[in-house]
Write a protein that binds this ligand. Sequence first.
Ligand code: HEC
Length: 139
Amino acid sequence: MMRGLLISTIALAAAGALGCAPDNSMSDDAGGAITYTKDIKPIFAVKCAPCHTTEGMGGHNIGSNYADVLSKVQSLDAMGCWDSTMTMPVTRGECALISIANGWMPMAMGCFNTPRPATCVTTDQQMIIAQWVAAGMPQ
Ligand code: HEC
């Protein structure tokens, strides 16, 4: 419940932020769904490298391995990625969005600043990721 609410809140906020963007990725299912392979991996492969493409930091390579999207978060430091009792982690795919939105990831790049440094996920990219999470993170 908490987790669903949190993620929809982020998705809505992200969608609002991009109200007048050109639309090729803002599609509904009819127009070509957002997928990991086509849309998300290319973002993570750049912005999360090398930590989560080859180095497996935090226990995953979300930028190169789809299976890691569906695995559960392990780090207790992952703020917003657990329920209030810290017993139920969300998936790493969901946590990726949360961690990008709150500036924790990519790590140590000051991504909580406005504007975000160039090494961070852009707000446009974040919105695409939010739509993908809302759609159930299809491969
Ligand atoms: C400079 C290296 C680095 C980069 C770049 C980076 N991360 Fe991380 N990430 C880490 C480290 C280190 C941890 C483990 C932190 C901890 O356990 O406290 C982590 C943990 C995580 C976790 C929590 C995993 C778990 O199971 O606890 C998620 C989700 C995550 N990163 C997503 C991302 C995403 C998405 C990107 C790119 C947009 C990214 N990270 C970029 C270093 C990085």
